[in-house]
Write a protein of this length. Structure first.
Length: 253
C-alpha cells in the first residue's frame, strides 16, 4: 500500500476527470475499479478504502487532468505565462478543493495547479486501482523540459524504452528521489515528437486484460488492446464519454 496525506510544492498530487456528465463518469470508474464516490463541493471525489484516489468535475471536453500541488496558484500562473505557456482558466476558488488554475504549456497540453485547502491530493497511489503515473505527449520535448523546469523546478533524466526515448521528470529530493517518493514512481514521461500535446493518466491494475474487457461491458472502449511493452503489460481505454486513460500491470516488487 502507498498512502499519502499531502504533498510538496511542485509535486503532481491529484487527477480529475473533466466530463459533461461527471456523475455518469464517476459511476463508470467506481464500477471499473471498485471505488466509492461522494460529492464534495464542486467535485465528485472517489475513494479506495475510504481514502481519496481521483475526482470528477464538469467540463466540456472529456479528459483527465493532472494537478500539481503549489504554494500559490496565482504565482504559478504568472510563471507559466512568463515561460511561454498560457492561462486557460484564471486562478479561482474551487469549492471543496482550494484555489485552482487551469494552465497550458507552450505546445497546448492542459494541466491544473492548486493550493489544496481543504483537499489534500491523492491519498492512495502506486497500487492496484490507484493512479500510478501521468505522462505528457508533446511535439516539442525540449521545449517541455524547459517550460516545466522553469515553472516547477523539475529536472530530467532521459532513457531509451524499446525504440522510443522517454524523459522522466524529477523534483530533486521528492519526485523519484530521496528521502521520499510521494507521487507515482514514474511521474511523467515525454512522448515522441509529433504527438498531439496532452497529459494522460495511468492507473495500476492486477490484470489489464480483465479490466479492458470490463470497461467494454460498462460502455467504454479499448483504444489499444492489452499488450506487453518494455514497461510492462499495458492497455489504453476510453470511458463512455470518450476520455482516454491507460492501465498497467503492477510490476513485481
Amino acid at each position: 500500500m502507498s498512502e499519502r496525506n499531502g504533498y510538496e510544492h511542485g509535486v503532481p498530487s491529484w487527477i480529475a476527470g473533466a466530463h459533461a456528465d461527471p456523475e455518469q463518469a464517476a459511476a463508470f470508474y467506481t464500477e471499473l475499479f471498485g471505488w466509492e464516490a461522494e460529492r464534495r463541493g464542486e467535485q465528485i471525489v472517489c475513494t479506495l478504502r475510504g481514502r481519496d484516489v481521483a475526482g470528477f468535475v464538469a467540463g466540456d471536453e472529456p479528459s483527465w487532468r493532472t494537478n500539481v500541488w503549489v504554494d500559490s496558484a496565482d504565482e504559478t500562473a504568472e510563471r507559466a505565462v512568463a515561460a511561454g505557456g498560457s492561462v486557460v482558466t484564471a486562478p479561482f476558488e474551487l469549492a471543496g478543493v482550494g484555489r485552482t488554475a487551469v494552465l497550458a504549456d507552450p505546445a497546448g497540453a492542459v494541466f491544473t495547479v492548486s493550493e489544496p485547502d481543504p483537499h489534500r491530493g491523492a491519498q492512495v497511489v502506486n497500487e492496484p486501482g490507484a493512479w500510478a503515473m501521468s505522462a505528457l505527449s508533446t511535439p516539442d520535448p525540449e521545449g517541455a523540459k524547459a517550460f516545466y523546469g522553469a515553472v516547477f523546478g523539475w529536472v530530467t533524466d532521459t532513457f531509451p524504452v524499446g525504440d522510443a526515448e522517454f524523459t522522466l521528470w524529477r523534483l530533486p529530493g521528492f519526485v523519484g528521489g530521496e528521502p521520499q517518493q510521494p507521487v507515482p514512481a514514474d511521474v511523467i514521461a515525454v512522448g515522441a515528437p509529433g504527438e498531439q500535446p496532452r497529459w494522460d493518466v495511468d492507473l495500476w491494475v492486477e490484470d489489464p486484460d480483465t479490466i479492458a474487457e470490463k470497461a467494454e461491458r460498462l460502455g467504454g472502449s479499448v483504444v489499444m488492446a492489452p499488450m506487453d511493452t518494455p514497461m510492462g503489460r499495458r492497455a489504453v481505454l476510453a470511458d463512455p464519454q470518450g476520455a482516454p486513460f491507460s492501465i498497467s500491470r503492477v510490476s513485481p516488487s
